[in-house]
Design a protein around this ligand. Structure first.
Ligand code: 5RP
Length: 303
């Protein structure tokens, strides 16, 4: 019952139509998402907390082009315990089916593009998952890499457009992932270009990199939520600082991989990242939390 109603209403024949209460019409709080259909919004609300519009996604999809990445040698052993502290899991269908228990209740952001390896041109991707298989896996979102300025820029933008079209038919949002070639600068000009193109092509949210200068302009210029990748492993204080700066400059959270699972204490690190993203904790306090959880873990005080 709405808060502003006295509960009496106009009861006749045991029915109450709350004649004095206008139909409730809520505004969907996630940036750029209010015009989407119910299923899209419902899936997005699984990935992004409806309380603060933010997310801590755990990215473990690296094997799709890197093989057994350090820290992901055994997804069943290393990643499953971390899932409790993530809002969503970004993963390939192969790793999901083989290594993650289906009882896991967290939303899946399914890596849906691939087709290359670290031995070849990285932008040479195609869509690698049928939409029917994504539905079968109960995916809450799809993830497609886009290589703006890359050798296969055109095909990768086509992959994004095709995935958005397929996802739209089923109410599944698509996250564009901005892959940045080694020869390109990860600065605000490039990231602003790449993220905006992804949003204009219909991506429902975009994964990109943080940049020291003018990230706020990148976030403001992208009309849908941005999440940042962690990138290469940094010392923990630096990774927490980057997450803090990103959310304070307009990101809707993180989709972090190596800076969590390559830590000495991944369970402690994901909780420290959560404290920054959802608790507005400062990087210094979040690092203290990391150290204290790490030492509890070392003393066997929690698993
Ligand atoms: C490629 C990817 C990665 O597979 C991964 O998700 C990146 O995460 P992180 O940089 O935090 O390890 O998206 O671009």
């Amino acid at each position: 019952m709405p808060d502003n109603h006295d509960g009496q209403g106009d009861v006749q024949d045991g029915k109450n139509f709350y004649l004095d209460v206008p139909q409730i019409c809520s505004v969907f709080p996630l940036k750029g998402s209010n015009a989407l259909d119910w299923g899209m919004k419902n899936r997005l609300a699984r990935v992004f907390s409806p309380q603060d519009g933010r997310t801590v996604m755990l990215a473990v999809d690296h094997g799709y082009f890197q093989g057994p990445t350090t820290g992901l040698e055994r997804i069943d052993v290393i990643i499953t315990p971390l899932v409790t502290f993530a809002d969503a899991l970004m993963i390939t269908r192969g790793a999901l089916r083989s290594s993650i228990p289906p009882e896991m209740a967290k939303p899946v952001v399914l890596r849906a593009s691939g087709g290359q390896s670290i031995l070849k041109e990285l932008s040479h991707e195609r869509i690698a998952v049928d939409i029917e298989d994504a539905v079968r896996l109960n995916a809450s979102a799809l993830a497609v890499q886009v290589y703006i300025g890359g050798v296969h820029e055109h095909e990768s933008i086509g992959n994004l457009a095709d995935m958005v079209n397929a996802g739209n038919r089923h109410g599944i949002p698509t996250m564009a992932v901005t892959g940045v070639g080694k020869e390109l600068a990860r600065d605000a000009k490039y990231l602003g270009l790449a993220t905006r193109i992804c949003a204009e092509l219909g991506a429902h949210f975009v994964k990109t990199y943080y940049c020291e200068a003018n990230f706020a302009r990148v976030a403001a210029g992208c009309p849908v939520p941005l999440v940042i990748a962690g990138g290469k492993k940094l010392p923990e204080p630096a990774a927490l600082e980057m997450a803090w700066r990103a959310v304070n400059e307009g990101a809707a959270g993180v989709d972090m991989g190596r800076n969590i699972f390559q830590c000495e204490a991944p369970l402690a690190m994901i909780q420290a990242v959560r404290a920054v993203v959802h608790g507005d904790e400062t990087p210094g306090k979040a690092h203290d939390l990391y150290l204290s959880l790490k030492s509890m873990q070392e003393r066997g005080q929690y698993a």
